[in-house]
Design a binder for this molecule. Structure first.
Ligand code: ADP
Ligand code: MG
Length: 253
């Protein structure tokens, strides 16, 4: 049994078949790529995996347990963290507070502990602060911890979103175009960082990325989605030489 399994998954929006009979599985500790032209359904797959949309048909299982019908926060607690194609941060909160919020969702503190500011609450808060600062350090933005998130340059907001996703201590991390809007040097730096984190924490990462060369470089296995259907999977060599992939990207008949 694979760690994450997607079985015969379809999702339709009105007449639009965003995902059609998608089947794939992910093994622990591997860095996967998910590529495909615009509108192929890549972000929709992430939205299904994280409970934002329920599939029209089919199943998604994590460790053998179906995630269909579960709420996004429940799925996050079960160990799937993500970032969004369009950055979603709490813009008025500081960089540090943004990361701390994700730790609270898995904390054992009760509302009463918070209201009465019990010892348990303050010692847990200290611990969360330390762990959050560690994550900001890993992402190279610790010096900005007191700045409001909305005031960060774009590339650093992308890094903060990854730090916040890591605060959930995910087993599976879904990154939706984390390098979108970055220049080539920033893109290379961020991608290397993603690979280093994936290896150091031995987590599974599924990365949506436009830059084919970059995906080929760092991903151990790549899935190609075209018009809602998975058309090819394999290592970089296989993908690069696949007729359907070349057609999808070059538009040849
Ligand atoms: P990708 O991330 O590969 O660019 P998306 O998953 O965003 O593609 O979109 C796949 C298809 O599903 C597109 O045709 C898109 O317009 C459609 N789609 C995505 N989300 C919605 C939605 N909430 N309502 C209606 N159509 C949607
Ligand atoms: Mg997308």
């Amino acid at each position: 049994m694979a760690f994450l399994e997607v079985e015969n998954m379809s999702l339709e929006f009105g007449g639009v078949k965003a995902c059609q009979n998608v089947n794939f599985s992910l093994e622990p500790g591997i860095l996967y790529g998910l590529i495909g032209p615009n509108g192929a359904g890549k972000s929709t797959i992430f939205n299904v995996l994280t409970g934002i949309y329920a599939p029209t048909r089919g199943d998604v299982r994590l460790g053998g347990e179906s995630l269909v019908g579960k709420k996004p926060f429940e799925i996050a607690q079960k160990g799937i963290g993500r970032t969004f194609q369009n950055i979603r941060l709490f813009k008025e909160l500081t960089v540090l507070e943004n990361v701390m919020t994700s730790f609270y969702s898995s904390s054992h503190t009760t509302l009463a502990d918070m209201v009465f500011q019990t010892k348990k609450f303050s010692s847990e808060e200290d611990e969360i602060r330390v762990k959050s600062l560690e994550l900001l350090d890993v992402m190279g933005i610790k010096d900005l911890s007191d700045v409001p998130a909305g005031g960060l340059p774009y590339g650093k907001q992308r890094k903060l979103e990854i730090a916040r996703a890591l605060g959930l201590n995910p087993k599976l991390l879904l990154l939706d175009e984390p390098a979108a809007g970055l220049n080539p040097a920033e893109t290379r730096e961020l991608t290397n960082l993603i690979r280093d984190i994936q290896k150091a924490r031995n987590i599974t990462v599924l990365l949506i990325e436009h830059d084919m060369g970059l995906v080929m470089n760092i991903c151990e296995k790549i899935y190609v989605l075209v018009q809602g259907q998975l058309v090819c999977e394999g290592v970089a060599d296989v993908i690069q030489n696949d007729k359907r992939v070349i057609e999808a990207y070059l538009g040849v008949d």
